[in-house]
Design a protein around this ligand. Structure first.
Ligand SMILES: Cc1cc2nc3c(=O)[nH]c(=O)nc-3n(C[C@H](O)[C@H](O)[C@H](O)COP(=O)(O)OP(=O)(O)OC[C@H]3O[C@@H](n4cnc5c(N)ncnc54)[C@H](O)[C@@H]3O)c2cc1C
Length: 382
């Protein structure tokens, strides 16, 4: 998050423009890449689908997907990657396209704009021959006894011997006057959905901060923010003692002298600080009395959960109760042999670009190993 300049609206326009420009670059990338062979067209709902074959199909476009693509392409697996077209309202490139400065990704001591970092990931994938399509995967068929698996978009069917799902998650945000982007909004100018990512920004140092939520994430984020803020308010809709968080997390947060809880309350508006374009405070409604009061804060963090992008899987991979893909501990293997999951879609704990990239690397290496395994089995049966 960059509070040194008021570039937010420009930044958001820039991201939208980038998404459109990518369409053009996709076709040229596809034209030069040689990772797939076309065969006779398949039909879907009466429409002809172009059929492509590949060793590995990667679904997603954040750090997990692109790290997987870089490793797989360098291993000559000739991967096909679907980066999505505003899938879940996120531009190709993933969650990092929704933020400004990224200051904790190694290799960029001065920080780097989220959009620029994702462009670099993408260029590195292309450099080694990944074939990228700006299309959203609408459904998959993993029910086959032996690969290839089937991956569908509106115009393509990809037959893939292995698949990496890296479709990420979306941080939930609340909507009230002042919560958005653009004029009059304080998103990225004091309002964030990631305390670990943005909490250390200078604008939050020694200032009162607020967190909305009542689960473990809210407790963890509030506790984390006490390192930087003068005090941290947890704003919760429910009456006293009604947090969803585990007892241990609640205890840790509530015993922290810098944390205060505003019970029974909801934020109804965010306002600026004395004519500046940064957050200055919140209007808070007491849900029991209806009274509205002002709380002066320089930062507001949504900690109301994430939604993993797993609906398009149609229940074909094992998911946990929150919809995240379940992977075998210490690996990226899913419930289907040959299908791997990387990044935030299977990680509700760390949710960072660097951890997503790490699991993307693991998924590519495991997919490579899986492909060698099926190749040697084919050799034995020939
Ligand atoms: C506001 C904000 C600021 C952040 N700042 C930082 C930071 O400073 N440092 C840091 O380390 N982390 C930061 N994070 C967290 C970081 O962005 C994520 O942990 C990381 O991007 C997760 O990467 P991923 O590869 O799992 O997927 P994502 O980044 O979530 O990307 C997944 C992509 O897959 C696409 N997709 C979804 N479904 C489909 C489909 N069916 N077909 C094709 N494509 C699909 C999506 O559109 C999306 O583009 C921030 C997050 C947010 C929201």
């Amino acid at each position: 998050m960059n509070f040194r300049s008021n570039t937010n609206s420009l930044f958001s326009l820039f991201n939208k423009a980038r998404s459109f420009l990518r369409l053009a670059s996709t076709s040229s990338a596809a034209a030069v890449a040689s990772s797939s062979a076309t065969s006779s067209p398949a039909m879907e709902d009466g429409a002809k689908l172009e059929t492509l074959k590949t060793n590995l199909c990667i679904i997603g476009s954040g750090p997990a997907a692109h790290t997987a693509a870089i490793y797989a392409a360098r291993a000559e697996l000739k991967p096909i990657l679907f980066e999505g077209w505003m899938a879940n309202d996120i531009a190709p490139g993933g969650q990092l396209t929704t933020t400004s400065d990224v200051e904790n990704f190694p290799g960029f001591p001065e920080g780097i704009l989220g959009g620029e970092l994702t462009d670099r990931f993408r260029n590195q994938s292309l450099r080694f021959g990944t074939q990228i399509f700006t299309e959203t995967v609408s459904r998959v068929d993993f029910s086959v006894p032996v690969p290839p698996f089937k991956v569908f978009t509106d115009s393509k069917l990809v037959l893939a011997d292995s698949v990496i799902v890296a479709t990420g998650a979306v941080a939930k945000r609340l909507n009230f006057p002042g919560s958005g982007e653009g004029p009059g909004g304080f998103w990225n100018r004091g309002i964030s959905a990631c305390a670990v990512c943005d909490g250390a920004a200078p604008i939050f140092r020694n200032k009162p901060l607020a967190v909305i939520g009542g689960g473990d994430s809210a407790m963890e984020e509030a506790t984390f923010l006490t390192k930087y803020g003068s005090e941290v308010y947890i704003i919760h809709r429910q009456a006293r003692d009604a947090f969803r968080a585990s007892k241990i997390m609640q205890k840790r947060a509530l015993e922290n002298p810098k944390i205060k809880v505003v019970w029974n309350s909801a934020v109804v508006e965010a306002f600026g600080e004395g004519g500046k374009a940064v957050l200055g405070g919140l209007k808070i409604k007491n849900l029991a009395t209806g009274d509205v009061s002002e709380l002066k804060v320089s930062g507001l963090f949504f900690a109301i959960g994430h939604e993993p992008a797993t609906k398009f899987l149609g229940g074909q991979l094992e998911l946990d109760t929150d919809g995240y893909i379940v992977t075998k501990a210490g690996t990226t293997q899913t419930s289907v042999h040959g299908v791997f999951a990387a990044g935030d879609v299977q990680d509700k704990k760390y949710r960072q670009a660097v951890t997503a990239a790490g699991t993307g690397c693991m998924a590519a290496l495991e997919a490579e190993h899986f492909l060698q395994e099926i190749e040697s089995q084919k050799g034995k049966s020939d």
